[in-house]
Design a protein around this ligand. Structure first.
Ligand code: V47
Ligand code: SF4
Length: 365
């Protein structure tokens, strides 16, 4: 058997592929074959379903101590374009969106020295007082590691504090590329991969589930991407706490890596398919529509994604500031259903933990 036939046969039998096989596939498989294999793998997990949720983001500040080179969002205190909402402003946003049907608030900001973990725990507690049934998915591992260490707490102590306040899940950000030689160039202050992994491992052990991301399309190689996927797969073997993996395409507007430009849609599709094929133990692969734009999202569903994230309701600036097409990202449930139907699948509403949600057609409750 030649190497390609051997790898394809392994994947069709749901057998795990090694890093060297992933590299061979990535570099040699035609696009149609990656699509076919990835959709087969997706169907084994989620059949004809593509998941979405009703969500919005809360970005309390873009003031950040760090200076990640790919970031278009960060500002220094007092700099033009910097914002830092007061607690009351944050709570006003939550009050104003009450009754929208959202089941999740995704909170992420910058690494801000102004507030400590006790402030953020209080923020979550007060959000839950306004919206007791909404799931709070909050803070990247980088923000969490910073606030926990800054308070002199252990990971368990810090996460317990936030969990008791009402945080029930952790988003996938901050992972970037795990390989030290790349991380050290694009986000030197972010800490090593091991710290991101330790935070997620500890959270999983405490019943807090999470997502994982990979920022690709800058200075990394395919080998670095595979190494990243392998480390996610290892963590998932150990804990089983990762719900979804989200490959994030580097967007190049207004940041220090702009000179690199952006990778192609073909690369996006290969990356998505390879994520599905390597991460045989992560149930959901998310094509984050805000980052791709709506039409590429439909295409992404032909490459193994089974989730497109949510309605968003014009609540995030991270991607529009980095050059994403949609400067006020919002998707109605109707638009989501159309995208999924056009791609040959059925849209299914989920909660943060991927339980399906069925609403009364008349009341939408
Ligand atoms: O860690 C920042 C990325 C991440 C750029 O868990 C950029 O459901 C591309 O993690 N080009 C934060 N990406 C966002 C994030 C996320 C997004 C959607 C869903 C989920 C989830 C998590 O945004 C950062 C970084 O990797 N990012 N700047 C940029 N110029
Ligand atoms: Fe700060 Fe996050 Fe931007 Fe890095 S990616 S500079 S940690 S806001």
């Amino acid at each position: 058997m030649d190497q390609m036939t051997d790898i394809v046969s392994k994947l069709r039998k749901s057998e795990r592929i090694a890093a060297s096989e992933a590299l061979y596939l990535w570099q040699n498989a035609p696009l149609w074959q990656l699509s076919q294999l990835a959709v087969e793998a997706k169907r084994r997990v989620s059949g004809e379903k593509v998941y979405y949720n009703r969500n919005y983001h809360l970005e309390p500040t873009n003031v950040c101590l760090f200076e990640c080179k790919f970031c278009s969002y960060r500002r220094k205190e007092g700099e033009l374009g910097a914002w830092r909402y007061t607690l009351e402003q944050v709570l006003d946003i939550v009050r104003s969106r009450k009754g929208s049907g959202a089941t999740e608030i995704h909170i992420v900001g910058g690494v801000d020295v102004e507030h400590d973990i006790y402030y953020y725990a209080d923020m979550i507690r007060r959000i839950k007082q306004i919206e007791p049934n909404i799931a709070v998915k909050a803070f990247t591992a980088v923000e969490l590691n910073y606030m926990i260490h800054h308070a002199g707490l252990t990971l368990e102590q810090g996460l317990t504090l936030l969990k008791q306040a009402g945080m029930e899940s952790i988003p996938g950000g901050g992972a970037e590329i795990f390989a030290h030689e790349i991380r050290n160039v694009i986000c030197p202050q972010k800490g090593r991969a091991e710290e991101w992994i330790a935070l997620h491992r500890t959270a999983h052990g405490m019943g807090i589930d999470s997502n994982a991301t990979m920022l690709y399309g800058h200075i990394e190689t395919i080998e670095h991407r595979i190494d990243h996927l392998m480390r996610i797969r290892e963590l998932q073997d150990e804990t089983g706490g990762i719900n979804a993996f989200i490959p994030l395409k580097y967007r190049s507007a207004h940041n220090e890596l702009s000179y690199l430009g952006e990778t192609s849609v073909l690369d996006d599709l290969r990356t998505l398919a390879m994520s599905r094929l390597v991460l045989d133990n992560v149930p959901h692969i998310k094509a984050y529509w805000v980052m791709y734009g709506k039409s590429t999202t439909e295409l992404a569903l032909a490459f193994g994604a089974d989730d497109i994230d949510g309605t968003i309701e014009d609540s995030t600036k991270i991607y529009s500031m980095a050059g994403a097409e949609d400067s006020h990202p919002t998707m109605s449930v109707g638009d989501i259903e159309t995208i999924c139907r056009n791609a040959g699948f059925v849209a299914v509403e989920r909660d943060t933990h991927y339980n399906e949600i069925v609403r009364d057609e008349k009341t939408d409750k």
